[in-house]
Design a protein around this ligand. Structure first.
Ligand SMILES: Nc1ncnc2c1ncn2[C@@H]1O[C@H](COP(=O)(O)OP(=O)(O)OP(=O)(O)O)[C@@H](O)[C@H]1O
Ligand SMILES: [Mg+2]
Length: 367
């Protein structure tokens, strides 16, 4: 029986440079527990695929240690380098990388042949992998006759057919239309639970990252900025950049800390004085206050405590069906506030309350 127990993995201080320029991956460290689905998310070119290539042994890092299932497979410098074929990983590449001259079944069977698995079990394993992605009926079809979504599933079946303890997926849903992407996200999660493998999934799509990941690592310019459970990252990012990347409707206002207590702070901003959450009390360097559009409270007027109150004018109205998003201008700062009921038209004056528990002090990185 193949070893179906999931393996953990770790990456320590990984540096990968393709040429004389700056490193594509610069000092990345993280670890993934057995059976966990870990997602790396970040904009195009930030180094996500390069991290996966280093895990798979498809690039040799300049520095760093990679361990799979507790075994060091790369150590640079140090000379340890286990070749890709001996790492027993399931791989789904950014392009599906299927062989067009082969049938669906032959494509899925390929890793079993390459690994020298007992021939007598091939047919059953191929059927089982294809059943998991609901393609068993298409085993004899030539690959080019399949739709994009079906080819994507063939790539997934091929990655899991030999029961690898770790599966690496590079943008496996990127070529699908929006509806199929959503459907495949759910299926992928189910397949992961069923197979029980540890997965590292790479995407530039923040919604996909948050829906799929047990934990999510946010990458920017070759660095891993922060790692956390999806809701924790969304609600309490440490960096302004993460806040903006994960939630496009947030407002970010430069903030100067006036006083700080345990977990909270009083800050001055261009919009006035605010009480806010400050989980990292010692937010070093320049900071910003972030608030999500959905957390802003529409106030009937500006009476009462002036703290955490903003007065402004509606500048933009975006009707999104279940809610409307309002752009609000206040002393040259743009805020976004959402509402399920109609709140006015461009030019109307509004008062907004930003509840202290929804205002968050974060680190403002150099942009
Ligand atoms: N084979 C290569 N030779 C030279 N530079 C490369 C090579 N592959 C990637 N790079 C560069 O390394 C950086 C990181 O690339 P990488 O493919 O890891 O990014 P990514 O986050 O996967 O991007 P995407 O979301 O577009 O797939 C980029 O600047 C890219 O141009
Ligand atoms: Mg990539």
């Amino acid at each position: 029986m193949p070893d179906r127990r999931a393996h953990g993995l770790s990456v320590e201080n990984l540096v990968v440079r393709y040429d004389a320029g700056p490193p594509a991956v610069d000092g990345v460290s993280f670890s993934v527990s057995p059976g966990e689905l870990f997602v790396l998310v970040g904009p195009s070119g930030c180094g996500k695929s390069t991290v996966l290539r280093a895990l798979a042994g498809l690039v040799r890092p300049e520095r760093g240690v990679v361990a799979l299932g507790g075994k060091t497979v790369t150590q640079s410098p140090g000379g340890v380098f286990v070749p890709p074929s001996d790492r027993h990983l399931g791989l789904v590449f950014q392009s599906y990388a299927l062989w067009p001259q082969m049938t669906v079944g032959e494509n899925v069977r390929f890793p079993l042949e390459a690994r020298g698995a007992p021939k007598s079990a091939w047919a059953a394993q191929v059927v089982r992998a294809l059943e998991r992605v609901e393609l068993a009926a298409l085993a004899d079809r030539p690959v080019p006759s399949l739709s994009g979504g079906q080819q994507q599933r063939v790539a997934l079946a091929r990655a899991i057919v030999s029961d690898p303890p770790i599966v690496l997926l590079d943008e496996p849903l990127s070529n699908l239309d929006a509806e199929l992407r959503r459907q495949m996200r759910t299926e992928l999660r189910e397949i992961q639970r069923e197979v029980g493998a540890t997965m590292v999934h790479v995407t530039h799509d923040r919604e996909e990252a948050m829906e799929l990941g047990d934990r999510v690592g946010v990458m920017r310019d070759g660095r891993l900025l922060e790692v956390g459970a999806p809701e924790e990252l969304y609600r309490t990012p440490a960096h302004a950049w993460t806040a903006r990347f994960l939630g496009e409707t947030s407002a970010l206002v430069c903030a100067e800390v006036r006083s700080a207590g345990p977990g909270q702070a009083l800050v001055s901003t261009d919009l006035g004085v605010f009480r806010c959450r400050a989980p990292a009390v010692s937010v070093p360097g320049p900071s910003a206050m972030v608030i999500r559009a959905e957390d802003i409270v529409w106030s009937p007027d500006s009476s009462g405590d002036p703290e955490n109150l903003v007065e402004g004018r509606i500048s933009t109205v975006r009707f999104l069906g279940s809610r409307t998003l309002y752009g609000i201008e206040s002393v040259g700062v743009r805020l976004w506030a959402s509402s399920i009921v109609h709140r006015g038209e461009p030019g109307d004056s509004v008062s907004l309350r930003l509840p202290p528990e929804s205002c968050l002090l974060v680190r403002r990185d150099a942009d």
